[in-house]
Every structure is written in C-alpha cells, then in structure tokens.
Ligand binder design. Structure first.
Ligand SMILES: Cc1cc2nc3c(=O)[nH]c(=O)nc-3n(C[C@H](O)[C@H](O)[C@H](O)COP(=O)(O)OP(=O)(O)OC[C@H]3O[C@@H](n4cnc5c(N)ncnc54)[C@H](O)[C@@H]3O)c2cc1C
Length: 482
C-alpha cells in the first residue's frame, strides 16, 4: 500500500451531479480537488446520467418562494423533514440552478406545471425505455466534467473508495482500490457523494424489502451504499433508511428494458383497485405512486401485484401524467390482460375468482360512499374509481426503485453528523446518499436533482470555508443561504 495525494484539499467520492457540484464549487473557490469515480469511460453510468432531468422540489418549481417550498417539503414528508435541511434547500434552490447555468448546464421549460419549469436540455422524459445518450443527464455530466477539468480539478476514474482514513479524530483521506491495488489518498476533507444504497441487496433487505431480487432496479445500479458503510464506520448517524423514491412499473420491466424507466403506472394504481397476490388491497393508494411502490416492496412477494380496472379507468386516469400507461404501455409492446367478466379475469391472472369479486364489490361500495375503505384512503387529491363495466382489465406490476431516500445525516452545511448530531471533522456528504430531508418514518419525495445540486454546491462551499480557515473542526451553519 502506498501513501499519495498529499497537498489535496478535498476528495469527492462519486462523479454524479452531487459529486460534480461539490467538486466544481470547491475548485472555483480555490481548492485543490480530486473526484474519485469507480465507473470507467466517457459515459460512466450513474443515476445522474439516466435522469429524466426535471429539477423540482416536491414536484413544484424550484424558483418558488422559500416559504412555499418549505411548506411543500413539510407537506410531502408529513411534517418529518429536518427543518434546517428543508429551509436550506428552499433558500438555495434557485441559486443552485442559476449557478449550474453559469457552468453551462442548460435548463428549459417543458410543460405548464411546477414540475416541468426547469428541465435539463435537451429533455430526458420523452419516450419509453432508457434513452439517455446525448440527452438530459448525459449532456449535464459531460458539461460538468469539462468544467471541473477547466478549473484544474482531477477526475480519477476506475477508482473505488473503500474506507475513510481517520487521524486524531478527523477524516484525513480515503483508502481506494484501482487497477487491483489499494492505496491511501490524503486530503484536508472528504465528501461522500456515492448515490445511495439501492444496488446493495444486503442493505436493501435490511431496510427496504424482504426480496431485493423481486424489485426492479430502476436505476444505474451504481449506488451500492459504500459511502454509507464507511461513514457509519466512523460514527455517522443514519436517518430515514426505510424508503426509496421510485415508481410502479409493468412487471415485464424486470427483464425487458423497453418498459423502464417509463412508462410509469402510478396514475392507474392511485385510481383503480390495487391487489396483492392474495387478491387483497394492502395500502393507502391515495398517498401516490412513491408510497405504493414502497408498500409493494415491503410485501412478502413484491412481484405478485396487479391493478384491476375497467375501460373507463383505462381511458381516464390511465392517460394521466408523463408518458402514462395509456397509450405508452401498449406502444412499448406491453399488453393489458382483458376479460368480459371478473371471474374470467381472475382466472387469467391466477387469483381466486370469489376473492377478486368480493374485493371489487368492497372497493366499489367504498367508492360510492356506502362504507369506509379498508385500508383507508386519506388523500382526497386522488379520486378512487369504481371498477364497474366490462371489459375488465388487469396489469401485472413491479416496484421500481430509483434511489434510496434515507442515508447519512448531515447538517445544513453538508457536514456529516455523528450519533450525537455533532459534525464529524473533515467529513461532508451530499446527494442521494444523505438522509433527513425526506423525513424518517413516512418519507416523502423531495426531488433527487434539486437535493444533489443544492447540497453539492453547499458542501463545496463548506469545504472551502473549512480549508481556507485551516479549521480542524467544523463550520457553523448559520451562514448557509446568505
Ligand atoms: C431513470 C431516472 C429518472 C430520474 N428522473 C429524475 C427527475 O426527473 N428529477 C429528479 O429530480 N430526479 C430524477 N432522478 C433522480 C436523480 O437523477 C438522482 O437522485 C441524482 O442524479 C443523484 O445524483 P447523485 O450524484 O447523488 O448520485 P449518482 O448520480 O448516482 O452518482 C453517484 C456516483 O458515485 C459513484 N460511486 C458509487 N460508489 C462509489 C465508490 N465506492 N467509489 C467511487 N465512486 C463511487 C457512482 O459510480 C456514481 O457515478 C431520476 C433517476 C433515474 C435513475
């Protein structure tokens, strides 16, 4: 093992949006920066490469007022978002996308709602299947890579971070593997930006699903939780580990790339009757697609679910949202299972006809207000629709995991906190590997790109403040958002 890299100010683990934002901001503030990226080649994969490219906060416009955005984050997380993180994101979101623009990242408006006010250009969400080459995230990463190099930053590919080096209670470097050899790189500070733990079956089994092989990796499979494990080893606190951001997808997406990441089937599932392998409703579908995907993943068999609908649902809510089931599922080569009676439909999808009949009856009765829903439906924003007139349809489903929402707890400056919630000297984190913003027990989706860009930029600023002041400890967070 050799020792190298002395003279480095900041090591950043991961070359996705969070890592690039951290590194570029630190480099432009004068730091000597090195990004470690395990992927190889010009288009090393990561979620930032695959992204649909819509910058938003809780599905709203990132340029809305900070108070509106805090209210939005509070609402989507059922009041559980960490107030310091929510306020910091809300106060710095517009600055972050403006700052990305100064580095050549183009954003355009692609639709009327808040979600579509700030899309990467050229836009990503435009057809079914994976289409990232020379679009949204691919162009963004190429642009940011060029900027980092122009600012004198180093970008080490084929380099996997293995563990943090700690000296006298301060993180001072990273043990890495490259070319089948290990070595230690030293720096004044380290930022973990490795993208979450969705592609780590052991961590997924521990926190998200009993059957990690039966949920869809709706992601680049590069987020393996390395950063989380190494942060925990030096005393970091984890937060909100039980949930992921994702969508409901056609079951064949498990083996057929034509069906992911789009179309998503969320609109069908919040409106029609969603049942598990026993033909039973199992969650509050009115809480939306992310909630349903998490509930599906928690089932003993996440791959046994169907949504049951009639033609009116297919022609109505089936057409809602971006690249919806109708018509994109069939355009991509998928098929509805259809029948003229519920008994026949049950036979075709392997459910007990009597059970399906009684579940549909209970559902229709609740839709018509004759008795309460069980499980309850608590969110009036999504109306349930009766399944009443033939032809009846079923769509086999799977839970698509985009990235894990919980992770390493940081303060508003991006400093990793220990179990007493005090900053660990020399250690920062940003992006999908961090937790707290989305809550802890009923996590709500805040937006992946906004989180990675804003907290990446802030982590770069914090690193610069630490190194400039030659601090061996930590910074106060009050100045963030100035
Ligand atoms: C299909 C899809 C569509 C999406 N659409 C949207 C959208 O429209 N809007 C939105 O807000 N969000 C969207 N997201 C989510 C968003 O893209 C991500 O949350 C965000 O890009 C994550 O950025 P990141 O830098 O934190 O992680 P990543 O982009 O995943 O980058 C992490 C990097 O770390 C590297 N790495 C991992 N471990 C190590 C290690 N040990 N050593 C060295 N390197 C390592 C990985 O190789 C990777 O390059 C989407 C994601 C996907 C997959």
């Amino acid at each position: 093992m050799s020792r190298s890299g002395s003279g480095l100010d900041l090591i950043v683990i991961g070359g996705g949006l969070a890592g690039m934002a951290t590194a570029i901001r630190a480099a432009e503030l004068g730091l000597v920066v090195r990004v470690l990226e395990k992927g190889e080649g010009d288009h090393y994969l990561c979620n930032s490469r695959y992204t649909g490219g819509l910058f938003h906060i809780g599905m709203d416009d990132m340029r809305s007022s900070p108070d509106e955005l805090v209210a939005r984050l509070t609402r989507v997380t059922h009041g559980e978002t960490r107030p310091d993180l929510a306020r910091t994101l809300a106060s710095n979101a517009a600055r972050a996308i403006g700052w990305l623009g100064t580095h050549g990242v183009g954003l355009i408006r692609v639709g009327p709602d808040g979600l579509r006010q700030n899309s990467l250009a050229p836009p990503g969400v435009r057809s079914t299947g994976l289409n990232w080459r020379w679009r949204a995230g691919d162009v963004m990463l190429r642009t940011l890579n060029a900027r980092l190099r122009a600012l004198g930053g180093a970008f080490d590919q084929g380099t996997t971070a293995l563990a943090l080096e700690v000296e006298h209670g301060r993180v001072r470097g990273v043990k890495v593997e490259r070319n089948h050899q290990t070595e230690v790189l030293r720096a004044s500070a380290v930022a973990i930006c490795d993208g979450g733990y969705q592609a780590n079956p052991d961590l997924m089994r521990r926190h998200i699903t009993p059957a990690p092989d039966r949920v869809l990796m709706r992601n680049a499979e590069t987020g393996c939780g390395n950063g989380l494990v190494m942060a925990e080893a030096v005393g970091a606190k984890l937060c909100g580990m039980g949930s992921f951001y994702g969508h409901i997808q056609y079951r064949e997406a498990m083996t057929d790339g034509r069906f992911w990441p789009y179309p998503v089937l969320d609109s069908l599932c919040v409106s029609g009757l969603l049942v598990d392998g026993n033909g039973r409703r199992f969650c509050d579908e009115s809480l939306g697609g992310v909630h349903i995907a998490n509930a599906m993943a928690r089932l003993e068999d996440p791959l046994a679910c169907h949504v049951i609908l009639d033609e009116a649902i297919w022609q109505g809510p089936g057409r809602d949202w971006l690249l919806p089931a109708n018509p994109y599922l069939e355009k991509a080569g998928g098929r509805l299972v259809s029948a003229s009676t519920l008994e026949e439909l049950a036979g075709k999808i392997g459910l007990d006809p009597a059970k399906l009949n009684s579940e549909v009856e209970a559902w229709n009765g609740a839709v018509r207000g004759r008795h309460p829903f069980s499980p309850d439906r608590t969110n009036p924003a999504y109306a349930p629709h009766a399944v009443k007139q033939a032809p009846f349809h079923a769509v086999p489903l799977c839970a698509g995991v985009t990235y894990t929402m919980g992770g390493i707890l940081t303060d508003a400056a991006g400093q990793v906190l220990d179990r007493d919630e005090l900053p660990i000297p020399g250690l920062l984190a940003a992006g999908a590997c961090t937790g707290g913003l989305e809550g802890f027990s009923r996590n709500g989706y805040s937006g992946g790109l906004s989180k990675s860009a804003t907290f990446g930029m802030i982590a770069g600023e914090t690193a610069a403040a630490l190194v400039r002041a030659n601090l061996t400890s930590t910074v106060h967070t009050a100045r963030i958002g100035a």
